[in-house]
Design a protein. Structure first.
Length: 105
């Protein structure tokens, strides 16, 4: 299974097509369109996978995460796709190397 294909389909459904993946039928349709058996995936999301999801959600809430995408780097929070450039700047400055470009002045 190529997880990238499914992840891209889900992100596209949310951010481009304004779909609600919390809706079971929408989630199944999105997985099916990406070439997966949505029902089999949904069934596989029970048990240990569900427990891990609940654990990760609890950890995120404890860390102050409130949306997606959300990144925490050295205690600094970056929320939203429009903040990725700010995160990149922070990474470049911390690394002390250009990483393909120089920090903005």
């Amino acid at each position: 299974m190529n997880v990238d294909t499914l992840a891209n389909a889900m992100m596209r459904a949310i951010w481009v097509e304004d779909e609600n993946l919390a809706d079971r039928d929408t989630l199944l349709r999105t997985a099916d369109r990406a070439g997966y058996d949505g029902l089999t995936l949904l069934e596989g999301a029970a048990g240990a996978a569900r427990l891990e999801y609940v654990s990760n959600t609890s950890r995120a809430l404890e860390a102050g995460v409130f949306g997606s995408p959300f990144y925490v780097f050295k205690g600094e929070r970056f929320w939203g796709q429009d903040r990725l450039d700010m995160l990149e700047e922070r990474l470049i400055r911390t690394k002390g190397a250009p990483l393909g470009r120089r920090p903005q002045a």
